[in-house]
Design a binder for this molecule. Structure first.
Ligand SMILES: Cc1ncc(COP(=O)(O)O)c(C=O)c1O
Length: 335
């Protein structure tokens, strides 16, 4: 099978499997798992923040951040298409008791004039604004530039509101912008990133922020049932994600661009060319047949249509041979 549904489908590398087998472990709820501690220190250092905490997933890290930044009854600001709003099962309302106020999304960017109006003034009728969220890289495949992030951060800072960045693909964003990931992290109070997507680890994300923020986040992680014990087995793979996989992400981006070029040659396909910043290609297909079913007949897994678009994701398990087989299948279907 060739699996291009997402970069979450990547399997751990052989080096990861070996590191996991030999990982030194302790009890992370007591704070004495040495491999978890190494991973958390490394993540904090890489992002220029004081502390980091391992979580089971990106959703967990986002929700733990919201719970830690806000109090029940407050409101958080997001773009209307944010993963936190659209793909996390309504968790902010359920787990943190917060309202979600949305702004229009321009591939993850706010309309800054509109954003100003989304912050609540001091009035007993209004919920308090507790948090502003950004997503970088954005789920549309676009990357948000640092100028926009700074403008959002400055606006929030002026009003005493923290910013959280859902950086599930933070390192893809950094590679695409050609900056150190810490430059992105400068524009927020907390940021999370996933090890289990393009970085190939089997499980896990990190939530990163100040010492004080992470101290409180640890309590919230515990109450959400995310205090894991000998989790160093997972962290061992995560360390290799940071050491060995970040430097490989540009290859996935290059393959995605090549895929877009090749797809453009097929008359039925219209690629969304304005958002080819990372490892994802979004496109429309002018054909009645569900493309995912046609691909499945050729042993290729792709997700079905969402909002009228298909998506193919490049990742470390797609080599040149698989790429060519995918392209051949698409050409055959189109012809
Ligand atoms: C932008 C974004 N945020 C958060 C998540 C959640 O990550 P997880 O699947 O690990 O919960 C995803 C997952 O694809 C994502 O794309």
């Amino acid at each position: 099978m060739i699996d291009v549904r997402s970069d979450t489908v990547t399997r751990p590398t052989q080096a990861m499997r070996e590191a996991m087998a030999h990982a030194l472990v302790g009890d992370d709820v007591y704070g004495d798992d040495p491999t978890i501690n190494t991973l958390e220190e490394k993540a904090a250092r890489l992002l220029g923040k004081e502390a980091a905490m391992f979580t089971p997933s990106g959703t967990f890290a986002n929700q733990c951040a919201i719970m830690t930044h806000t109090r029940r009854g407050e409101e958080i600001i997001l773009t209307e298409d944010a993963h936190i709003l659209q793909h996390e099962a309504g968790a902010p309302a359920l787990l943190s008791g917060v309202n979600m106020r949305t702004g229009k999304s321009f591939l993850g960017k706010y309309d800054l004039a509109e954003l100003e109006t989304l912050f609540r003034g001091e009035d007993i009728h209004y919920p308090r604004t507790g948090l502003v969220c950004l997503e970088n890289a954005h789920g549309s495949g676009a990357v948000i530039d640092l100028e926009h992030m700074k403008a959002v951060h400055d606006m929030a800072k002026e009003r005493g509101v923290p910013v959280h960045v859902d950086g599930a693909r933070l390192f893809n964003a950094a590679v695409s912008l050609g900056v150190d990931a810490s430059k992105i992290a400068e524009q927020c109070e907390s940021v999370c990133f996933c090890l289990s997507k393009g970085l190939m680890a089997p499980v896990g994300s990190l939530l990163v922020g100040s010492e004080k923020f992470i101290y409180h986040a640890r309590r919230n992680r515990k109450l959400m049932g995310g205090g894991m014990r000998q989790a160093g087995i997972l962290a061992a793979a995560g360390i290799l994600s940071l050491d060995e996989q970040v430097g490989r992400l540009h290859l996935d981006h290059a393959r995605a661009k090549k895929l877009a070029e090749e797809l453009e040659k097929l008359p039925e396909v219209h690629v969304e060319k304005d958002r080819l910043d990372i490892n994802m290609v979004f496109f429309r297909w002018d054909d009645e047949r569900p493309l995912e079913e046609e691909l499945l007949k050729r042993n290729i897994l792709m997700n079905g249509i969402e909002y009228g678009e298909y998506r193919i994701v490049m990742h470390g398990d797609i080599d040149d041979e698989k790429f060519e087989a995918l392209m051949q299948a698409l050409r055959d279907i189109c012809s």
